[in-house]
Design a protein around this ligand. Sequence first.
Ligand code: C5P
Length: 217
Amino acid sequence: MKRLVVAIDGPAGAGKSTVAQLAAKKLGYTYIDTGAMYRAVAWKVLQQQEVTDERILEVIRDIDVDLHYAEGRTTVTVDGEDVSAAIRTPEVSAVVSRVAALGPVRTKMVDLQRKMAKRGAVLMDGRDIATNVLPHADVKIFLTASIEERARRRWKEMKEKGYDIALETLKKDIAARDKADSEREISPLVQADDAVLLDTTGLSIDEVVARILNLCQ
Ligand code: C5P
C-alpha cells in the first residue's frame, strides 16, 4: 500500500491528537503532533519572566526542538531536555498562540515538519497542515466539535492530570485560542477547500478513528 501523507487540522480541543495517534497506530504510521512543537517554543520562552516578541524571536534563533514518536508515544525535547509533560500546562496554553503567530517561528517549525513528512506514512495534525505545510497530502481532514463538547473533553483531560479548572474558564480559553489562531495573518486556522469535514460532537473516539481509517482506504 502507498505510504500516505495524512493531514488533520482543527480547532483547540477537537480531539485531534487522541484520534490521530490511534489511527497512526492502526496504520503503522508515524504521528507528528505539530502543536507540541509550538508548545515547546512557548515553554522555552516562559523560562524567562517576560514574554515579548523580542524574547520569542531570540528563542527561535537557536532553539533545537525535536519530536520522537515510538510505541504510540511522542517525546518532545527542547535543546535535549524532555519537555513532553511540561508543555501541557495552562501557562503554556495561554501564550502558545502568540508565539505561533510570529513569522520566524512558523518558518522554522514548518521547515522541520516538511522534513519529518518527507518519507510518507505519516499522520500530521495541527492548524495549517492541509493548507500550508503539506498542501499535497493524500488525505485531508478538518476535525471539529461544538465548543461545549471540546471544553468538556479538555476539562476531563486536565482533571486527570490534577488540574481543577472551571468548565467556563476552559471554554473561554479555548474560544480565545481559536480566535487568535483563526485571525492571525500567517497561515490561519481554516478548513482547506479539499478537506473532509468531520464533526465529532456526539461521536466516540472509536467512531472517529474508524472514519479516519475509512478515508485513508
Ligand atoms: O494542537 P495544540 O492545541 O497543542 O496547539 C497549540 C497551539 O499551537 C495552537 O493553539 C496554535 O496556536 C499553534 N499551532 C499552530 N499551527 C499548528 C499547530 C499548532 O499555530 N500547525
